[in-house]
Design a protein around this ligand. Structure first.
Ligand code: ARG
Length: 458
């Protein structure tokens, strides 16, 4: 008895183990909408080209509508015996409409079909991710908007470096996510090309109108080489690269949130709904969401490696290896989507503690560079100024005071170039205001950046 689409040649049934090992329907049924959409576009073109009759097309459309409602209602019976989503849908179609269903696969192979389905599906997911990246940026910009005058220490080497505003810090992440969105929009261009018409690998002898199918499905163009069309998954790899970079950015932000919430920083607090408690330590409120977001970057990187490795040894053209592209890709999409959504929400609700930030900025001589700059602007060579200030910091360290707390007379004794106005440049606000360069942390610059982002994201 014939059970598989190709089984006339076979003299014994497939072993159960092989069946389970090779079937993909458990996970690729997720592509069902793309599969139906792709089939309808193909059938419509076949009819327009006179390859199948108008009655066949009508029957296929009717059958597909029925299948769609069965799947939506959860009554569609997915069969492992039918291997994958494509054969499941096609078999049911034939059951419903007879010969017209058997004509659907004319001039088509599962090889160009699956490549088309994955691209269609991924395009939809990309279009859902782009607004989430915008939402993430808007959340950061709104926190920035409220914190142009909130000062915290900027760090290099995790050592206090120079004061920056919390707004400036948030906007650094806005830049990162803006580039991620740009990257994703660029990936979309190469995802959005039509493989259908390549058939198994060499093209087909039927007079297909591939441009028509591309238009119907909203593709920007047609894959120009049939061998390339069925075999490469670089579009999925590129998407994973985008996802990995985005998760890397998310992870850095998550790490800072975890640090800032630690009692040793206490720069921020998170709303209770984003925290979890401990089953043993009653005092605990843990930033689990941020930690998980940081942790989940690992699986996304892993999927990128899986896809690269999956592809690298494959001779042209289609090989069954490619069936392994789906689970990593699906999980990547799910992880990035959920992570962006929850992180954007959490960021929006960050409770900033300006006093703690300022206290930290006042420890660690964050304005030492300002004093050196002050001297350099009054003619002291910068290297000498650097040395003079290093001595001053050493003195302060010994006495346990800040630079701004050194009596004016002692500051003046450091170098003849020091004037009465020196203490102003040693304040945190003075330090911020001084960095009035494009891209700098001066509040006037940061406010201009906020306005630019708001206009861009509205
Ligand atoms: N399930 C297969 C995949 O995901 C569909 C294509 C199968 N093609 C084939 N010739 N076996 O790649």
């Amino acid at each position: 008895k014939k059970s598989q689409a190709w089984s006339a040649l076979f003299s014994e049934p497939m072993s159960e183990l092989v069946k389970r090992y090779t079937a993909s329907v458990d996970f690729d049924k997720r592509l069902w909408q793309a599969d139906i959409e792709g089939s309808l576009a193909h059938a419509d073109m076949l009819a327009a080209q006179g390859v199948i009759g108008a009655d066949d097309l009508a029957a296929i459309q009717r059958g597909m509508a029925q299948i769609r409602s069965e799947i939506e209602a959860g009554t569609f019976e997915w069969k492992l015996d039918l291997e994958d989503v494509h054969l499941n849908v096609e078999a049911r179609l034939t059951q419903l409409v007879g010969d017209a269903g058997k004509r659907l696969h004319t001039g088509r192979s599962r090889n160009d079909q699956v490549a088309t389905d994955v691209r269609l599906w991924l395009r939809g997911e990309i279009d859902a991710l782009l607004p989430l990246l915008a939402q993430m940026q808007r959340a950061l910009v709104s926190v920035a908007d409220q914190n142009t005058e909130t000062i915290l220490p900027g760090f290099t080497h995790m050592q206090v470096a120079q004061p920056v505003s919390f707004a400036h810090h948030m906007l650094a992440y806005v830049e990162m996510f803006a580039r991620d969105a740009e990257r994703l929009a660029d990936v979309r261009k190469r995802v959005n090309r039509l493989p259908l018409g390549a058939a198994a690998l060499a093209g087909t002898s039927y007079p297909l109108d591939r441009e028509r199918v591309a238009r119907t499905l909203g593709f920007d163009g047609v894959c120009q080489n049939s061998l390339d069309a069925v075999s490469d998954r670089d579009f999925a790899i590129e998407f994973s690269a985008f996802a990995s970079i985005t998760m890397m950015h998310v992870s850095r932000l998550a790490e800072e949130i975890v640090l800032w919430m630690s009692q040793n920083f206490a720069f921020i607090d998170l709303a209770d709904r984003y925290c979890t408690g401990s089953s043993i330590m009653p005092q605990k409120r843990n930033p689990d969401v941020a930690e998980l977001a940081r942790g989940k970057s690992g699986r996304v990187y892993g999927h990128l490696m899986a896809l690269l490795t999956l592809m690298k040894g494959q001779p042209l053209t289609y090989n069954k290896d490619n069936q392994e592209d789906k689970e990593p890709l699906f999980d990547t999409v799910d992880t990035v989507r959920d992570t962006l959504r929850i992180m954007a929400e959490m960021v929006e609700g960050i409770v900033v503690k300006p006093e703690a930030m300022e206290r930290a900025a006042l420890r660690g001589y964050a304005t030492a560079t300002d004093l050196a700059d002050y001297l350099a602007k009054r003619g002291v060579p910068f290297r000498d100024a650097h040395e003079v200030v290093a001595h001053a910091v050493k003195t302060c360290l010994q006495r346990g005071i800040d630079l701004a707390e050194l009596p004016l007379a002692e500051l003046k004794a450091l170098n003849p170039a020091v004037g009465d106005d020196v203490q102003q440049v040693l304040t945190l606000r003075g330090s911020l205001d001084a960095r009035n360069v494009l891209g700098g942390t001066a509040p006037v610059q940061v406010r201009a950046q906020i306005a630019r982002h708001q206009a861009r994201l509205s």
